[in-house]
Design a protein around this ligand. Structure first.
Ligand code: ZN
Ligand code: ZN
Length: 205
């Protein structure tokens, strides 16, 4: 069994990237991966745009075979090639407002203040996506290496209005103009704030 692009014969399959259903009749990417529970391969389903954003290496060869003549194939291919060029782009799950002020940014390692825009990240391991934390929207360009295109922020896992999307983009662009360096991983022992203060002031002096 190989990977395929085909029209969904039912609306029951969920996309592995965004977690949303794939509508009956929509084109979908089925990636052949080793079955976690037995011998052989199983097909893991993705929306085409989700596959281009997050499963580019396996998606491109199937797309290039062209047998499926996927609608928008040229745009999908461009998106997938961008993913290969900047692999961290594949980690974007969605943009969201921080629900608490307790999570640290994976880039700068500072706390993300409650209500601030952040990007939730995930990584594909052993057949499934797992959360790998969040980054400030303002740190996104520094962390990802490039400003993510709107297609990546408009996957079905994003429930953003046009205004919210504009706020996320503005935050990313504003952050891109600042010299935000990657921070060091913090342990619970770092909770003593004075140490952090003196450390950062030493660095900046
Ligand atoms: Zn999807
Ligand atoms: Zn940050």
């Amino acid at each position: 069994m190989g990977s395929v692009i085909e029209r969904a014969s039912s609306g029951r399959a969920k996309c592995r990237t965004c977690g949303q259903s794939i509508a009956k009749g929509d084109e979908r990417f089925g990636e052949a991966l080793p079955n976690a529970y037995g011998d052989g391969d199983s097909l893991y389903w993705f929306h085409l745009r989700c596959a281009a954003c997050s499963r580019a290496e396996s998606f491109i060869p199937v797309l290039e075979q062209g047998q499926a003549a996927a609608s928008g194939a040229a745009e999908l291919l461009a998106l997938a090639r961008e993913t290969i060029a900047q692999p961290r782009l594949s980690r974007i799950l969605r943009a969201e407002r921080a629900s608490s002020g307790r999570a640290r940014c994976r880039h700068c390692r500072e706390l993300i203040e409650q209500g601030a825009w952040r990007l939730a990240l995930h990584a594909f391991e052993e057949g499934r996506f797992n959360s790998i934390g969040t980054i400030h929207a303002r740190c996104a360009v520094h962390y990802l290496g490039v400003e993510p295109s709107l297609e990546r922020l408009m996957l079905p896992s994003n429930q953003l209005s046009t205004e919210e999307l504009a706020e996320v983009v503005a935050s990313m662009r504003e952050g891109a103009t600042q010299p935000i360096q990657p921070g060091l991983a913090k342990t619970s022992a770092d909770a003593a704030a004075p140490d952090e203060e003196s450390e950062s002031s030493r660095k900046s002096s």
